[in-house]
Write a protein that binds this ligand. Structure first.
Ligand code: SF4
Ligand code: SF4
Length: 354
């Protein structure tokens, strides 16, 4: 069985503004049947890191917020603190970053709530309704919402190949404990034969997890963020890509499921496929987009939505996967296969262009 994915191209055949296009999409996924008066609706976004300019443009949230308010619901913007040290590691810095990047009350007339507490300590262990009952660790203020709208900027990601709705649901709604759990097998090591001791990796490790004598050595403080890998001029920092990426993506599927099960029939998804940088919005030094801007997609199924977004990016790249060119050892759709396996959605979709 396939899921409907509604697509509005940025090609201006209809002379509609981008905001009108998003409004139309919201009508197709029937927001009016999902959200109700007085409900607290978590609008899950990623505020971007300081310096990054590829992240979701705040103005694109206006139709989403407007539609929810029109229904009498009470939307708020939300995200969780990061595992790595940056401008979104604690709530104070995170709110500053969100404000700096344009997500604030004066631009969007909704509050911003960081869902996992001042330093990521607000966490709840959640049993999944799956065989074997795996557990996930989610941010409490995500779980306390009455409903959710997940608005994701679709782009690449060094460790997981792509980042869309499944990543926003999983990594984006996990507490610090949950993020550590997902990254538990992605710690790199240094090939001592290749390392020249240049210290570039140490300068980029915000966890201070790299010690250098004559050669670099990664300590137990490493959180598996993978940032050092990209900066080593010798290619000396390595992880077992297949095992690490696969393990993270498999766990992401479980975490996404955990959020979904908290909102039965009360969660919708929008993907924004513009500024498709090869790296995540948490990278302050975003690269140029891998394809021209494509448009907006919406669905009730996050797996179908990400799959359709990925396929459109491939199509725009002449049929080949541009993320694969950047991360040849990562299978970017593993997360979608795992998510489908446990019932989060399907990779089969009907693309309905509006
Ligand atoms: S950047 Fe690479 S070569 Fe330089 S110290 Fe780190 S591991 Fe060694
Ligand atoms: S050693 Fe590398 S992977 Fe580990 S925390 Fe530092 S930058 Fe991230």
């Amino acid at each position: 069985m396939s899921s409907a994915v509604y697509f509005s191209s940025l090609r201006n055949k209809t002379q509609k503004s981008p905001l009108d296009k998003i409004n139309q999409l919201l009508g197709h996924i029937k927001v009016q049947q999902v959200y109700e008066r007085h409900e607290l609706v978590a609008v899950k976004v990623h505020f971007g890191e300081l310096g990054n300019t590829a992240y979701l443009r705040p103005v694109l949230l206006r139709p989403v917020i407007g539609a929810l308010k029109e229904l009498g619901a009470k939307p708020y913007l939300t995200d969780t603190n990061t595992l790595y040290i940056g401008m979104r590691t604690n709530t104070v810095d995170h709110l500053y970053c969100a404000h700096w990047n344009g997500f604030n009350y004066s631009t969007l007339q909704v509050p911003v709530v960081i869902a996992d507490g001042l330093r990521g300590e607000n966490t709840r262990e959640v049993d999944l309704t799956l065989e074997g009952q795996p557990k996930v660790h989610l941010a409490t203020d995500v779980l306390h919402a009455d409903a959710m709208m997940v608005v994701s900027h679709f782009k690449g990601h060094m460790l997981t190949g792509i980042g869309g709705a499944i990543k926003n649901l999983s990594m984006g709604c996990a507490s610090r404990q949950g993020k550590l759990d997902m990254h538990s097998e992605s710690r790199p090591s240094v090939n001592q034969d290749l390392c020249t001791g240049c210290k570039k990796c140490q300068a980029h490790c915000q966890e201070k997890a790299i010690e250098i004598g004559q050669k670099a050595y990664i300590t137990e403080h490493c959180v598996g963020c993978s940032r050092c890998i990209a900066v080593c001029p010798e290619g000396a920092i390595q992880i077992n890509w297949n095992a690490s990426s696969d393990s993270v993506q498999k766990k992401m599927a479980y975490y996404a499921y955990g959020v979904q099960q908290n909102f039965p029939s009360k969660i919708l998804y929008v993907n924004v496929v513009t500024n498709v940088a090869p790296g995540c919005d948490c990278d302050p030094a975003n690269d140029q987009p891998v394809v021209p801007d494509i448009g907006y997609l919406a669905s009730t199924d996050p797996v179908a939505l990400d799959r359709a977004s990925y396929d459109l990016v491939k199509k725009a790249n002449g049929g080949s996967d541009p993320f694969h060119e950047h991360y040849p050892r990562v299978n970017p759709v593993a997360q979608l296969s795992y998510a489908e396996e446990i019932g989060s959605g399907t990779n089969q979709y009907d693309l309905i262009e509006i």
